[in-house]
Design a binder for this molecule. Sequence first.
Ligand code: CMP
Length: 140
Amino acid sequence: MAIERTLSIIKPDATRRNLTGAINQRFEEAGLAIVAQRRIRLTEAQARAFYAVHSERAFYDDLCAFMTSGPVVVQVLEGENAVDANRTIMGATNPANADSGTIRASFGETVEANSVHGSDSPENAAIEIAFFFAETDIVG
Ligand code: CMP
């Protein structure tokens, strides 16, 4: 299997509850390395651009408002099959449907405040990583 990188975001509901370390522990225990990481406050323009793929969805405005409501931690995770591995570690988008032991089952509050975002394909991972990080920011 290939070594991949994926983009992860620890969302405002999780930073507000001081869960950054607990979530990072899940990644590291599962064998994913945090090879870049920055705590930022997204601007409205950044949130709208990052989630542009969802711009026609009814939840788009609320999602962008939520993602700008507090600090987020943007990070690059690296490891075997990292995109799918991270999706398994995160669990289903809606915490109510997430398998026990996943981040969203443990920490997610609602489908919106679901604690983490992760890229859904290697192609989108490359796009999403480049949205936040220069290659020189990433130290594998
Ligand atoms: P994320 O992986 O960040 O990608 C888009 C986000 O939209 C998703 O996680 C959810 O947190 C959020 N969202 C809010 N409402 C919905 C919904 N009804 N269906 C899917 N995603 C939703």
